[in-house]
Design a protein around this ligand. Structure first.
Ligand code: BTN
Length: 223
């Protein structure tokens, strides 16, 4: 595995994309202490706190490619539980949650040629930045490691503990922060019943079970 730690960069995701070469698959992780143009999901930006983790790595996809980002969420949660006894719950599709529904991190998965590029941001320590998206409450984990070594440990853990599609789905549901709760997604309201074979959201509405493949999920504030 090849690890590059940068004091500063625009985005580890973009850096990794430029770094990877044609040829055989390489295990590469890029971590960074200060990201100046971090990319979030759905074209949003991602702001990194002074002690927070920002890293991107290459990965071979899960046999069901669309389950890969859910698999990474499960493995990150398992890592923090086994190493630090910290409980991280998961919000569909790619958010890391603590303290009853506050976001402490997020996962961005992109395909690039033969690679899957996984970007992870995790808030550690004081939130010393102004979040852009005020619709989401944020939180952070204690400072339990540094911005260079912790990402490498997490990447190693992921590489050594890959999950089958079946394990991914069952573990994801057991770590889900909103299973059976009433949620709103893309103007649809219903109960979150779990995930389907491709990781899609199963929403119980008045009209039956609806499959939703993308979007931003909120707890229904009126429930
Ligand atoms: C989300 O929107 O919740 C996903 C956020 C992913 C942010 C990480 S930080 C490291 C990597 N580099 C980026 O530019 N983005 C990801």
């Amino acid at each position: 595995m090849h690890h590059i730690h940068l004091d500063q960069c625009a985005s580890t995701q973009e850096y990794l994309k430029n770094y990877l070469e044609e040829g055989s698959f390489q295990e590469v992780i890029i971590s960074c202490s200060e990201q100046t143009d971090g990319k979030g999901r759905q074209g949003k930006s991602w702001i990194q706190g002074s002690h927070s983790l920002a890293f991107s790595f290459s990965l071979k996809p899960n046999p069901i490619v669309s389950l890969t980002s859910l698999e990474i969420g499960v493995l990150i949660s398992m890592f923090f539980k086994s190493k630090f006894s910290l409980d991280i719950k998961l919000k569909w599709p790619n958010d890391l949650m603590v303290q009853d529904f506050k976001k402490c991190g997020g996962i961005l998965c992109q395909t690039y040629e033969k690679y899957l590029l996984v970007g992870v941001g995790i808030n550690l320590g004081e939130i010393d930045f102004s979040p852009k998206d005020l619709s989401i409450e944020i939180a952070s984990l204690p400072i339990i490691g540094n911005q260079k070594d912790l990402p490498q440990e997490i990447y190693n853990y992921i590489l050594q503990n890959r999950l089958s599609p079946e394990m991914t789905r069952s573990s994801w549901e057991s770590l889900c922060a909103h299973l059976n709760r009433e949620v709103v997604i893309e103007n649809e309201r219903g109960f979150f019943m779990g995930i389907g074979e491709s990781g899609e959201l199963l929403l119980k509405t008045n009209l039956g079970i609806k499959k939703i493949f993308s979007g931003s999920l909120f707890l229904n504030p009126t429930s």
